[in-house]
Design a protein around this ligand. Sequence first.
Ligand code: ZN
Length: 236
Amino acid sequence: MPKNPARSALILFSGGQDSATCLAWALERYARVETVGFDYGQRHAVEMRARQTVRDGMATVLPQWAGRLGPDHVIDLSGYGRIADSALTTDRAIEIDARGLPTTFVPGRNLVFLTCAAALADRRGLDVLVGGMCETDYSGYPDCRRDTIDAMATALSLGLDRPVVIETPLMTLTKAGTWALAERIGGQALIDLIVEDSHTCYRGDRTLRFDWGYGCGACPACELRSIGHGQWMARR
Ligand code: ZN
């Protein structure tokens, strides 16, 4: 039996390591799980392709919960991507700007994603939103902080006139902790799926294969994933 038999969830699913772990976490807990992705013209469009591979793989490595995995949804936010104009959506260098924020920061991204996800969940009759936001290794993104997420949950609950619950299972975990969580839920098979098929690299590079997966090995996302994997392996 799922841990919350009466409940269903919509996972903000990018096809990266964090959201892949969140999807596994949700399949363990909820009777019905659907996924949503956002196409906002990001440079790592390769991530959009990784989504389907990881979803398919999840049914194989977690067969006991495969029946819980419902449809996938993709929302076109290319207009928002053009407004946001960050290093993820244009060819700007990945660096720290005058405000101390990385140029990979897309202003308001999680706020827009959560608003769209809440609308979709309302229409689909899904109880809970699940996102991979994390304030431990959060790359300096202010919209990944739990305070921001709590404020969004309040705003959406008021605006939709129904309780909007946003679960963030990775919020207080280090990246090493995220690898450990995936291993606890799905063992080596889930680790292998995340290594082989999830995509995190900001540059959309899949030419190099490291022990933690594919990427350029140099961008902030690859660095976080690599360091976390090394720390997790060291204490296994
Ligand atoms: Zn990279």
